[in-house]
Design a protein around this ligand. Structure first.
Ligand SMILES: N[C@@H](CCC(=O)N[C@@H](CS)C(=O)NCC(=O)O)C(=O)O
Length: 202
């Protein structure tokens, strides 16, 4: 399998963490790729017409995207069990979607300053994106800690990668302030080998 990725992509990191957790990092060949909404660059357009990474090329089968489809596929393929059976599945999927929503907002904030010309920038829109992140982090602190401390699943991996990305790109927002439980959980999770092996290069 070939994974189109970038070492700074938090969506790709979820996949790399999953693979590391199941001891299957060697099962994919990594192919660096990147693009933006205004320049597809080296994005794998043949594998993903949306021009986004990650995308997973498979032998004799169609390429997979987006990251949640890829993690679900790899979880099944390697029988990882990171998408639990029964009622906990819906919590896991909702937590995963919340973490990915944080990433979607956090990345749009980055594009706003990196990609959009200065005279076209819209500060209220950027702050609206951060408000989404802020609310989602509050929900984790107030509602999700019991789940986060449960058996390892894809919701937890997604949250850890989202928090890592907020640190990486939005450190100045100081997300830990007022969220001691989530901050402690993040510090513990970040010490896992799978997380240490996939830290974005600065
Ligand atoms: N929902 C997608 C989001 C992927 C995504 O936005 N990736 C970024 C890089 S981290 C990208 O390729 N952006 C290029 C673009 O938006 O055109 C997923 O989970 O895979």
């Amino acid at each position: 399998m070939r994974l189109f990725y970038s070492p700074t992509s938090p969506y790709a990191r979820k996949i790399l963490v999953l693979l590391a957790e199941v001891g299957k990092s060697d099962a994919v060949t990594l192919e660096a790729a990147s693009g933006t909404p205004v320049n597809a660059g080296t994005a794998p357009l043949a594998q993903n017409p949306l021009g986004k990474i990650p995308a997973l090329e498979r032998e004799g089968a169609c390429a997979l995207y987006d990251s949640r489809v890829i993690t679900r596929y790899l979880d099944t393929h390697f029988e990882a069990g990171f998408y639990p059976q029964g009622a906990r599945l819906w919590d896991t999927l909702t937590l995963e979607a919340t973490a990915d929503g944080i990433l979607d907002a956090a990345i749009l904030m980055v594009y706003e300053t990196r990609v959009r010309p200065e005279e076209k920038r819209f500060d209220d829109w950027v702050e609206g994106q951060w408000a989404k992140v802020d609310r989602a982090l509050d929900a984790m602190e107030n509602r999700w800690m019991a789940h986060l401390h449960g058996p390892l699943d894809m919701g937890q991996i997604a949250v850890a990668c989202a928090l890592g990305y907020v640190d990486f790109r939005h450190d100045a927002r100081n997300w830990r302030e007022g969220r001691p439980a989530l901050a402690k959980w993040e510090a513990d999770f970040a010490a896992r080998d799978s997380m240490k092996a996939t830290v974005a290069p600065s």
